[in-house]
Ligand binder design. Structure first.
Ligand SMILES: Cc1ncc(COP(=O)(O)O)c(C=O)c1O
Length: 464
């Protein structure tokens, strides 16, 4: 990785050595980390980040799919500073409030892709999805169906890492040795045709087969026991999977038939990422709850939101009236500084028509990736929408053959990209790309060049 790292680790006072002695890193092999230490970032500007040794990288993943407006956005900094001066903190419990959170809630309701009536605030995508699950339970109790307690989500999808949202997430690493998933968190196949489609199956047949499996699961479990279905409009950490045509229409028909709530997890897709302000609009979803985080503040400060529709809020209000309280609360729910930053981010998305910009850049980005890798024998497909892409590395494209997971082929490619000055993420053998939405066409061309060069670099290491 970083050529400077070993020397830095040898120095016990280096930041890398101090990190090894003090910090626990997520999604990291903690034992390997003791050997190789971290890549320590120091500064960022636009789509670029620089580490403490002066190496510069294109941040091709927006950090963790989040820093949508890039680094050094002064308006967001100013919004935070002004709000800290004026009212650094207030909370929303016991009938208290503040101006910024009202403005932010009004704005989110105004731009929501379907009619929504109230907003609950939290601090991360995990918390917001966790709260959406809690609200679903609260709702079904309010309407006299307390047995509706189970949740359904996709295998491979990621919805967070609290106890409930790690249970929703269909990824083994969040479950293994953590005693998860909890009971009642059910998973259905990921709508990834390359991996899960049958030979000769058309896109429509694939969608119909998955929907039939979902209906069979609902009937097996009993529709009267299912509270909600969580899905992302495009499954990001699941490998950038765009569900097949007809899948979401059929899914929503099933949910309606069996009276199951739909939660659209827009933690990645919200605020322009796939060329519309919300992924629900792009993919034709009509959710009962919509969860936003990450780009809501362009990651400058933690904040997340759950938008709920009238059906849900009416029942919440009635039940809380009976109980004398709505018992969900968090110290930093609707934090005024975070709300001020989010409001400013939303103003920038609108003023600069960021969603329109993303739609216009799709051809340079996704089209560019497709053109570059069209004839490459190791690339099976480039999936995605807007400025979100998954480039699928395979052992052989024709006939289609995957690498064994233990080969770590995707990881090798991602590491080579980093040496070339491009940060990407390997999700298995899918290289995920999610650059800041302010990326220029020239920077997109550089990103694609560096990714292609990195693939040439690793070719000698890949099995024939
Ligand atoms: C779709 C989706 N939902 C939820 C989360 C969890 O968000 P957070 O990491 O802010 O808790 C993520 C994080 O990557 C995500 O991609």
């Amino acid at each position: 990785m970083n050529a400077e790292t070993p020397a830095s680790l040898a120095n016990p006072n280096s930041i890398e050595a101090r990190d090894r002695r003090s910090v626990i890193h997520g999604l990291t092999d903690l034992a390997v980390h003791q050997e190789r230490g971290p890549v320590v970032m120091e500064s960022g500007r636009g789509v670029w980040v620089r580490d403490i040794h002066g190496n510069e990288y294109i941040e091709g993943m927006s950090g963790l799919w989040c820093i949508a407006l890039g680094y050094g956005q002064k308006r967001l900094v100013a919004a935070a500073a002004q709000q800290m001066e004026k009212l650094a903190y207030y909370h929303l419990t016991n009938h208290r409030g503040h101006e910024r959170v009202v403005e932010l809630a009004e704005k989110l309701l105004a731009i929501a892709p379907v009619p929504m009536t109230r907003v609950w605030f939290a601090n991360s995508g995990s918390e917001a999805n966790d709260c959406a699950a809690r609200i679903a339970w609260y709702y079904w109790n309010a309407v006299g169906k307390p047995e509706k307690r189970k949740f359904i989500a996709h295998l491979q999808a990621y919805h967070g890492n609290t106890i409930a949202t790690a249970s929703l997430s269909g990824v083994g690493y969040a479950h293994q040795r953590f005693n998860l998933p909890l009971e009642g968190f059910l998973h259905v196949a990921c709508p990834d045709r390359l991996r899960n489609g049958l030979p000769g199956e058309s896109e429509a047949e694939f969608a119909r087969r998955l929907l039939a499996d979902i209906e069979a699961l609902i009937l097996r479990e009993g529709p009267e026991t299912i509270a909600a279905f969580f899905t992302e409009p495009v499954l990001a950490a699941g490998g950038v999977v765009v569900p097949p045509e007809g899948y979401f229409a059929g899914l929503q028909a099933l949910l309606k038939k069996y009276d199951i709530l739909l939660v659209s997890d827009e933690v990645v897709t919200g605020f322009g990422r796939i060329g519309e302000m919300f992924g629900a609009t792009a993919m034709g979803l009509k959710p009962d709850m919509l969860v936003a985080a990450k780009a809501l503040s362009s990651a400058y400060i933690p904040i997340s939101a759950v938008l709920v529709n009238d059906r849900i809020f009416e029942a919440m209000m009635r039940q809380s009236g009976e109980l004398g309280v709505f018992g969900l609360t968090m110290t930093y729910s609707g934090h005024p500084v975070a709300a001020a930053v989010a409001l400013e981010a939303l103003a920038i998305y609108e003023e600069e028509d960021i969603a329109g910009r993303v739609a216009r850049l799709e051809d340079a980005f996704l089209g560019g990736l497709r053109r570059r890798f069209r004839d490459h024998p190791r690339i099976a497909e480039v999936r995605g929408q807007g400025l979100l892409a998954g480039v699928q590395l395979v052992r052989s494209r024709a006939p289609l053959a995957f690498f064994p997971p233990a080969a770590g082929a995707g990881k090798l490619w991602a590491e080579a990209a980093e040496r070339r000055g491009l940060i990407v993420r390997a999700i298995g053998d899918t290289i995920a790309l999610c650059p800041p939405l302010i990326i220029s066409e020239d920077e997109i061309a550089m990103l694609i060049d560096r990714l292609a060069l990195a693939l040439d670099d690793v070719e000698p290491l890949l099995a024939p």
